[in-house]
Design a protein around this ligand. Structure first.
Ligand SMILES: NC(=O)c1ccc[n+]([C@@H]2O[C@H](COP(=O)([O-])OP(=O)(O)OC[C@H]3O[C@@H](n4cnc5c(N)ncnc54)[C@H](O)[C@@H]3O)[C@@H](O)[C@H]2O)c1
Length: 295
C-alpha cells in the first residue's frame, strides 16, 4: 500500500457504509461494491445519511462531508475494484458468501492488492484459502457504529506476512482509529468476551429475570456500561448476532455461545434491531421504547 492508497469495500450495509465513510473522511478514494443496483442505491443513501448526521452533530463540517462524499463511488460491478490497493469485505457473516466474494476478487484485483475481512467470528484462514494470496490477507474488524467507535482489531492468521501487518496497521492509523492485534481465533478479543455477555442478557430476559428496560438499566447504572446489553444487541443487528453466536458455538461447543431460541424467533420475524426498526426496542417511535413482549 502506498501514500495514494485507494480502497475498495465489498458490502455497503451497516459496516461497509461506515468503513467507506471514515476512509473517505480521511482522504482515501473509495469504491463500494454492493450485490445489485438497488442495494448500491441503498448503500449510497446510507452514506449520505450518516455523513449528514455527522454534520448535524458537529463532528464534520459541511465542506468536509461533501469532500468525503465526492471520494466515494458506489457500484454493483466487482470489476470496478480491479485497481484498488486494499479491499475490505463487509458482506453477510457467512463463510460461503465471503469465500465466493474473495475467490472472484482474487481473479479481478491487482496481484499486490491486500484483502481484509471485517468478519466478526469467521476464520481469516478459511477465507484466505479461497485466494492465492494468503500472505496478503488479514482481518480488519471494525465496531459499530464505525464513525464513532475508535477500535479496529487487526487479525493475523498463519499466512499473513509482516508487510501486510505493517500495511494494515498503517491504514488503521491513517483513518484515525486505534488498532489492537489479535490472533485468528473465533471472536478475536472483543467478541470472545462480548458475545456471551449479550447472549446471556437475552437468556435472562427470555427466562423472565427482568424486563428489557430493567436489564439494560441494571448494567448501565450498576456496572457503568454506556449502553445496556439488549440495546447493544439491537445496534449490532440481531441476525448478525445470531450468525456470530452460531459460528462461535460451532467452534467452541460451549452453551454460552449458543444463540438463544428467542433470538431466532425475533430474527425470523424480521425483528433485526435498529436496522429494521424493531428489536428489543421499538425504533418506530422517538425516543425508542423498550418492548415488553412474551416471545
Ligand atoms: N453489525 C456489527 O455490529 C458488526 C460489527 C463488526 C463486524 N461485523 C461484520 O461485518 C459484516 C457485515 O455486517 P453488517 O452488520 O454490515 O451487515 P448488513 O446486513 O448491514 O450488510 C451486509 C451487506 O452486504 C451486502 N452483500 C451481501 N452479499 C454481497 C456480495 N456478494 N457482494 C456485495 N455485497 C453483498 C448486502 O446487500 C448488505 O447490504 C459481517 O461479516 C459482520 O459479522 C458486523
Amino acid at each position: 500500500m502506498t501514500e495514494t492508497l485507494t480502497l475498495g469495500v465489498v458490502g455497503g450495509g451497516l459496516m461497509g457504509s461506515g468503513i467507506a465513510q471514515v476512509a473517505a473522511v480521511a482522504g482515501i478514494d473509495t469504491v463500494v461494491c454492493e450485490v445489485e443496483a438497488a442495494a448500491a442505491d441503498r448503500a449510497g443513501a446510507l452514506i449520505d445519511k450518516t455523513l449528514a448526521r455527522g454534520v448535524e452533530r458537529g463532528k464534520l463540517s459541511e465542506a468536509d462531508a461533501q469532500a468525503a462524499r465526492s471520494r466515494i463511488r458506489v457500484t454493483h460491478h466487482l470489476e470496478k475494484l480491479s485497481e484498488r490497493h486494499l479491499i475490505i469485505e463487509a458482506v453477510v457473516e457467512s463463510l460461503d458468501a465471503k469465500r465466493a466474494v474473495w475467490s472472484a476478487l482474487d481473479r479481478i484485483a491487482a496481484p499486490e492488492c491486500v484483502f481484509a475481512s471485517n468478519t466478526s467470528s469467521l476464520s481469516i484462514a478459511d477465507q484466505a484459502a479461497a485466494t492465492s494470496r494468503g500472505d496478503r490477507f488479514v482481518g480488519l474488524h471494525f465496531f459499530s457504529p464505525v464513525p464513532a467507535m475508535p477500535l479496529v482489531e487487526v487479525v493475523r492468521t498463519v499466512t499473513t506476512s509482516d508487510a501486510t501487518m505493517t500495511a494494515a496497521l498503517a491504514f488503521v492509523a491513517k483513518i484515525g482509529k486505534q488498532a489492537i492485534v489479535a490472533r485468528d481465533t473465533p471472536g478475536f478479543v472483543v467478541n470472545l468476551l462480548l458475545v456471551p455477555y449479550m447472549l446471556d442478557a437475552i437468556r435472562a430476559f427470555e427466562s423472565g429475570v427482568a424486563s428489557v428496560r430493567d436489564i439494560d438499566m441494571g448494567m448501565q447504572l450498576g456496572a457503568g456500561h454506556p449502553t445496556g446489553p439488549l440495546a447493544l444487541c439491537d445496534y449490532v443487528g440481531l441476525d448478525t448476532l445470531e450468525r456470530v453466536g452460531g459460528v462461535m458455538y460451532e467452534a467452541f461447543k460451549e452453551r454460552r455461545y449458543a444463540p438463544p431460541p428467542l433470538l431466532h424467533r425475533m430474527v425470523v420475524s424480521g425483528w433485526l434491531g435498529r436496522k429494521s426498526r424493531q428489536g428489543f426496542y421499538d425504533y418506530r417511535v422517538d425516543p425508542p421504547v423498550p418492548r415488553d413482549f412474551a416471545g
